[in-house]
Design a protein around this ligand. Sequence first.
Ligand SMILES: Cc1cc2nc3c(=O)[nH]c(=O)nc-3n(C[C@H](O)[C@H](O)[C@H](O)COP(=O)(O)OP(=O)(O)OC[C@H]3O[C@@H](n4cnc5c(N)ncnc54)[C@H](O)[C@@H]3O)c2cc1C
Length: 359
Amino acid sequence: MSTNVPLADCCTMGIGGAARHFTTITSLEELNGALRWAGENREPFFVLAGGSNVLFSDAGFPGLVIHMAIKGISFNEDSGSDGVVVQAAAGEDWNAFVDTCVERGLQGIECLAGIPGQVGATPIQNVGAYGQEVSDTITRVQVIERTGGDPFWISNTDCGFGYRTSRFKGRDRNRFIVTAVEFALKPGAPPLTEYRDISRHLEQARIASPTLAQVRDAVMAVRRSKSMVVDPSDPDSHSCGSFFTNPIILPEEAESLRAAALEAGLITADETMPAHPTSDGRVKLSAAWLIDRSGFKRGQRHGNVAISSKHVLALTNCGGGTAREILALATEIRTRVRDTFGILLEPEPVLPAITLPPS
Ligand SMILES: Cc1cc2nc3c(=O)[nH]c(=O)nc-3n(C[C@H](O)[C@H](O)[C@H](O)COP(=O)(O)OP(=O)(O)OC[C@H]3O[C@@H](n4cnc5c(N)ncnc54)[C@H](O)[C@@H]3O)c2cc1C
């Protein structure tokens, strides 16, 4: 176990003070040992995976950060009508896992290539991109209670998956630690190309019947063009990805919002407001569009942090940025979108024990 470990080095945002204690665990035994230590020493603890969806406090974390590093992937090719059942330990790198599955011709997660972080973090907010979400292919999630003990499986239907959420982020956010995830993937099935950015990219490359690998490559190219792949040399990727989730509202609310925006001159009569129907009959608005129409611009700088120069939904650390600055910018965006459209944007990243130091 180490002490005073800078958390800025452990997350994609590059922000955060030190963890009072820090340990990397590579097995269930080590995980249980760390939990026992935290309990005996009455230390709060935080489970850290790839650090791509957290904003650590400038004051650091006043307890034990447990860095997940349990590895292992197994394929069961004889899973019958379920396709190929694949189990991956929580500490496996997500993008490398997607690559491995794509190379084996297993369809179902090719559009999720390039999302940073670990396999075990994907069910937490039900990661999704370009028409796929992990909840489409997860069969069950293996967990242990945060008090320690033996692992057990929770089936997909009991995970409470929704848009960028699950029971692990919601009602049970302080209850479980994910130790492995099981997926059912389809061998030889055609890749998903329904998302416009991806189909347009394939069209431009004159690829009519793309392979899984070609769709994965298209996803990576589109993501890179938006700085949505972590790249140390690209300052726009020093972020948590999207800082806000897309708001989901009732269709009649979307209608009156559009009418009000029209009346206020925020859109013209021939313009459409981006709004996609969801499976439960509601409508998903574009947080990026709302931010843009509230007057924020790409590349807009606030001290040492900024809105990404590629799209308004990502907040970036330009170097030397602080959590205080990111939160101030996020609050300004949230307040102005609320005042303009009456919609309160929800932050996507986790803010572990954010306690702002006195100013
Ligand atoms: C450039 C960029 C692009 C992104 N693009 C997308 C995208 O397209 N779609 C999308 O959905 N997200 C995206 N994200 C957000 C992020 O990558 C995902 O949410 C990812 O799953 C987080 O994984 P992580 O390993 O980094 O988790 P961390 O950031 O380390 O942790 C996130 C949260 O999950 C918890 N957690 C992690 N592992 C476990 C575990 N084993 N058990 C219990 N709790 C755990 C942590 O405690 C924390 O609360 C992007 C982020 C960046 C920086």
